[in-house]
Every structure is written in structure tokens, then in C-alpha cells.
Ligand binder design. Sequence first.
Ligand code: FEO
Length: 399
Amino acid sequence: MSNLNAIKISESVYWVGAIDWNIRYFHGYATLKGTTYNAYLVMADKITLIDGVKKGFECELLERVASVVDPQKIEYIVSNHAEPDHSGGIAKIAEIVKPEKIFASKGGVRALAAYYPELKVEAVADGGELTLGNKTLKFMETKMLHWPDSMFSYLAEEEVLFSQDAFGMHLATSERFDDELPWSLLEEMSTGYYANIITLYSPFVQNLLKKVAASGLTFKVVAPDHGPVWRNMDNFVKMLGFYDKWSARRTDKKAVIVYDSMWHSTEKMARYIEDGLTSQGIKVKSLFMQSSDRSEVAAELLDASALIVGSPTINNELFPSVADVMCYLKGLKFKTPFTAAFGSYGWSGESVKYLTQMLTDMGGELVGSVKALYLPTEEIKKQCFELGCGIGEKINNKN
Ligand code: FEO
């Protein structure tokens, strides 16, 4: 019988995950290039599987394991993260493999018990070790990166870090390693992933970067649960720099305009604000919510110094697509240095009032707002241009 193949990533570690070329929606995030659910087989005295795959991909994992060893020889399973894209397959895999033990962090034990009460899972301590006979796994809790249960595992003898969600990206490729892909793609996909998955937990990232530096651990391979495996450490160090920048919210001379429009009035206002910003040398990304996804907005906002939001008033409310993206950005706790609101209306005109309140609640300096009755007049166009100029000046003074 022929099997899907495992891919060797270090002397005794194999990638045995699954490639999901087709997923386009991942809990609210548009995954336009698919993803992978990475799992790793450690061929130590105690053969160990690190992480599972999403439910439905178990056979792919088991086939890849079988290309190296009989899956029933797996003695340990370590679950670094209980979210179902990594644990969904564990119950079925455990039923087939019948491992001697399954390990997770304390939080992982609680989460796995809730999802899969039939599994018996043993807790490992933060800083604890597990001997695999001739190899050793060390554990480091990484709470809230991405869930309370999350932890890193480190194969000391081969300097391999299994980093679960951290340093991953939603990218389905036939290439398994970072150095087989262009940096521009790695940066683009990591940006979207960080913005949509990790932004909320940025303070934890800052702490984690310090914790990892203080640990003195060195890495030859960093193996996340999504996307390519990092084996070019120059690339990985560069990505650590981006994690530091993103988590510290260091921003560039860039503004994001997010808007929707009923009869093109709010759209016209966006154009004049944009023109004011570019007149100050600011890079602008304008995102029309009928042709953009909320996850694209999050990705563009990650390094932006200004968030400017426009909505017409409809039924005394925000336009639904704008309400959607604002709810999403609020949840991710995006605090952008400068903000502004704009929008057209016919009679009641609540949208700008609601937007200014939301933007104020999110933090940052609310620079101003502009409303247009039905159509932007010459005076309103001027106000929009001047709002763009004013935000541009503030960005230039800050950066
Ligand atoms: Fe890839 Fe938080 O799961």
C-alpha cells in the first residue's frame, strides 16, 4: 500500500501534518490561500506525536506516520494547543494508536477534557521536562498565545521548537520550509495571521519574547502548527523582529480608510480624505467593504498610524458591513494612534456619532469627523481634504 509521505525536518523529527488547500474561512478570517495543520513525529525511544490535525484529516496524518513507522508504535501524544484545528483529530488518532500517555499543559488538560471526555490526559508543568528515552522534551507555557492552554515544546537535543500557533501562517503550499518560499510571501501571510489571530494578545507576545530570550534556548528549527517550518534562522530572527514591532504597536506613515457607501456619497468623501493624506506623503490603503474582507482590514491596520472609518446612515444605524468590521477590530483591541469618522446621511444621520463613539472607546486620538447631507458639497469636500491633511500632519509629527 502506498502512503502519503512524512517530511524530515531534523535528525529524528518528521512533519506528518495535513494540507488544507480548500479552507477559505477560519473563524471569521478569510483564508484565501488555505492552510496546513502541522503535526510532528519524534522518532525517539518513546515515539511521540506532537499535536494532531483538524477532524477529517486524521487519515492523512496516520498515512504520513506510516511512511516512517507503524502508527501503533506511537507511545506519547503531546498536545501543545487544544483548539480543534489541532486537537480535532486526536480522539480518533488515540483510538487507533492507543498511546501509553497523552500530555498537555494544565489548561490543555481542562480544554481537552471538555472537548473529548473519553481521553485521559496528563498535565505537564511550565518549565517541566519529559524524557523520551534518548531525547528530552521541555515545556514552556504560552498562555493566551493563542488560547489559555497553549504551550511550546522544545526538543533539546536537536534544538527544535514546536511553537503551535505562534510564528505560523495560513498558507497551503507544497513547500514545507520557509527557505523554499519568497520572503515577501512569508511576510504577507504572517502579517495577516498575526493581525487576525494574535493582535488581541500582543502584551503576551512582548512577555513571551522576553521569556524566550531569558531561557537561553537556541533554535535550529522552529516548527509551528500552520504554514511552513522555519529552518533558515536568519528568516526566523527577521520574523521575531516583526513580532516585536507588531506586538509593541510600532506603526508606519500609513493610514487605513474603511468605508461602505449606498449612493456613492460616503465613497466620494473617502476620496477627498485620501487625497489630503497623500498630499502629506502618507501611504493610504482604502478598503471598500463591498469588495474587502474584515480580515484584510485587520492586516492593513497592523502597521497603520490612522484608522478613518466612513459609513452612511441606514435605518438610523451604521451600514451593516461597517458595523461588522468595527465589531471585529474592537474585539482584536486595535488601538490606532489617530482616528476619524465620516459619512453621508439623508435625515437622521446617526452613523458618524456612533463611529466617533466607537473609535473613542478603542483609544487613540480622534482627530475629527465630517458629515454630508445627501451629497458632499464643495465645502464638505474641502473639509474632507483638510481632515486628511490634518491626520497626515499628525502622523508625520509622530513618526
Ligand atoms: Fe491553530 Fe489557535 O489554533
